[in-house]
Ligand binder design. Structure first.
Ligand SMILES: Cc1cc2nc3c(=O)[nH]c(=O)nc-3n(C[C@H](O)[C@H](O)[C@H](O)COP(=O)(O)OP(=O)(O)OC[C@H]3O[C@@H](n4cnc5c(N)ncnc54)[C@H](O)[C@@H]3O)c2cc1C
Length: 521
């Protein structure tokens, strides 16, 4: 078929290729900010595979701000701790209740349900996924689309985001490599209903001399996803109920398989694109990076890519933000993806190929040097709460370099506020920047903010917040719409803050700062 010519007209629209968890999150967040979006997917129907199970606390915080949290909590199962066993004895446990989040647990929910909830939310916002529509190629920032009736369309959007998974056509058309390796390890996955002493709301990891195997709970009672590294190649047909029953009879005879509902063979690639952006085309989620599912980071990293990009793209698209915001997407998310690739590979190598004495030593050290702060650090990292961005849109006065307060690029600490009983996060605006202040709002501050759409939250003299933020009455923190600290200053300096605002925002003169507070605004 002859393809239509690329013409000059650009639709004022963002084209999202792929409606997996990454593309759906991005679409929801752009649409609610008033950006016109087209989201397409080559599949005629959403996936029914359970695939990624674990939703991390940081992603739950994001879902709360998106307004979909209740649906997730209704469908999912709260996993409150992870147990490590050696020779069938519990040696160590990691509890999620040590983390500083309103959601001190992992939520186990099949990926198909995650997608269903996001699709429903997107439809409520008035946007529908165009099904059966495939990206054939991207040229000069335009997309050739193939429709289910056989027609081809040339679409010329302002921005394109490739959320089209590991085999991304968008990435391919950018001539981007997908550098990395296929790890030699092969995993058997199975959703099993078990009879035995495993507590259903907890994860269980068995470090045995012969190898490691794990159970992550699924929502149905006594049902777990078993993850089993394999020492030799087998075919998918060999993954029968008998296969898992025989394995457990030898290695954990106190567990009996009652039902097998899904099995899969899973091999792991560790790959990353050279950049997550080229001109008006962005990559996010599996299209940009893939890695081992160890630690349950894959889907969460994709959702967090989308959440990072959405507010920046919306501000620039609407002419309210400078292009430096878009530059920061790659600056911020690329190193995070690299870290996820590194650590998930180490964990995978450790559980699959390390000799028994290494595993034993690991458990020994975990037990011997057990400390509340170390445990908190480890769990916070798994929960994606210790991410710290570094980019050109983060700013602080030089004299605050050593200020002990929460750092630039870190997620603003959340806590329950004694006076109101609400979480601090609930006072931060979901779509705009929020200026967190501690003393009375001066006329000077009002003048600085004039013309910018910034919400002001005045925490008053609430001690817990002052303590956690190491704040003085004149300190300020600018919290970005994604909840990270974009600007901080131990004492308000008008010119400095103004310089920052000018770097990020275009001042239309029509904006407004509006405030709320525990004290007086
Ligand atoms: C068996 C299995 C088990 C897994 N287990 C885990 C786990 O336990 N934990 C974890 O974190 N991760 C796990 N993962 C990985 C996780 O599923 C992915 O990280 C996650 O789906 C990434 O989301 P995404 O939206 O970026 O990409 P995807 O979910 O792959 O979505 C991409 C979408 O793009 C569409 N698409 C592709 N090409 C085109 C095209 N040319 N045109 C239009 N549309 C297109 C696809 O149809 C798809 O809907 C697992 C994956 C598999 C396969």
């Amino acid at each position: 078929m002859k393809r239509p010519k690329i013409e000059g007209f650009k639709s004022p629209c963002v084209l999202i290729c792929g409606a997996g968890p990454t593309g759906l999150t991005l679409a929801c967040e752009l649409v609610r900010r008033g950006v016109e979006v087209r989201i397409i997917d080559e599949l005629p129907k959403p996936t029914t595979q359970s695939r990624a199970l674990a939703v991390q606390p940081r992603t739950l915080e994001i879902f709360e701000r998106m307004g979909v949290l209740d649906s997730f909590l209704e469908k999912g199962l709260k996993v409150t701790q992870i147990n490590l066993y050696h020779h069938a004895r519990k040696e160590f446990e990691l509890k999620f209740d040590v983390i500083e989040s309103a959601f001190p647990f992992l939520l186990s929910i099949p990926q198909a349900d995650t997608e269903k909830i996001l699709i429903h939310h997107l439809e409520l916002l008035g946007c529908h996924v165009e099904r059966g529509v495939r990206v054939l190629s991207i040229q000069k920032g335009c997309a050739f689309l193939h429709h289910p009736d056989g027609n081809e369309e040339l679409f010329s959007p302002k921005w394109i985001v490739g959320c089209d998974g590991a085999h991304s056509q968008v990435r391919h058309n950018l001539n981007f490599s997908f550098k990395g390796i296929k790890l030699p390890e092969l995993f058997a996955l199975a959703d099993l209903t078990l009879e035995g002493p495993l507590i259903h709301s907890e994860g269980h990891f068995f470090f045995e001399n012969e190898g490691v195997f794990a159970f992550v709970p699924l929502t149905e009672s006594n049902t777990f996803r078993m993850i089993l590294p394999l020492k030799e190649q087998i075919s998918p047909e060999q993954l029968t109920q008998d296969f898992f029953s025989n394995f457990l009879q030898k290695r954990a005879p106190y567990l009996h398989v009652k039902k097998t509902s899904w099995t899969s063979l899973f091999s792991i690639h560790r790959r990353i694109a050279p950049s997550f952006r080229k001109k008006n085309v962005f990559l996010a989620g599996d299209a940009a990076h893939i890695h081992s599912p160890a630690g349950g980071q894959g889907m969460n990293t994709g959702i967090q890519d989308a959440y990072n990009l959405a507010w920046k793209l919306a501000l620039v698209h609407q002419g309210r933000g400078h292009h430096i915001l878009l530059k920061s997407y790659n600056q911020e998310r690329y190193p995070i993806a690299q870290k996820v690739l590194f650590f998930t590979t180490i964990i995978t190598r450790f559980v699959t190929s390390s000799p028994p004495f290494v595993k034993k030593s690991f458990l020994f050290f975990m037990k011997k040097f057990k400390s509340a702060s170390r445990e908190k650090k480890l769990i916070s990292a798994v929960a994606d709460l210790s991410i710290q961005y570094k980019s050109s849109i983060l700013y602080q006065p030089i004299w605050d370099l050593f200020w002990k307060a929460p750092k630039l690029g870190e997620r603003a600490p959340d806590m329950q506020i004694a006076r109101s009983g609400n979480q601090l996060f609930s006072y931060f605006h979901e779509e705009e920047h929020t200026l967190l202040t501690f003393g009375p709002i001066s006329a000077e501050l009002k003048q600085i903010l004039c013309g910018y759409k910034i919400s002001v939250f005045h925490s008053g003299d609430e001690e817990e917040i002052l303590r956690r933020y190491h704040a003085e009455p004149t300190s300020v923190f600018l919290i970005r719409p994604d909840g990270y600290i974009g600007y901080r200053s131990s004492a308000l300096k008008k010119d400095h803050l103004l310089r920052y605002l000018k770097k990020i925002f275009t001042n239309s003169g029509s904006g407004h700062a509006h405030g709320q507070g525990l004290g007086h605004v």
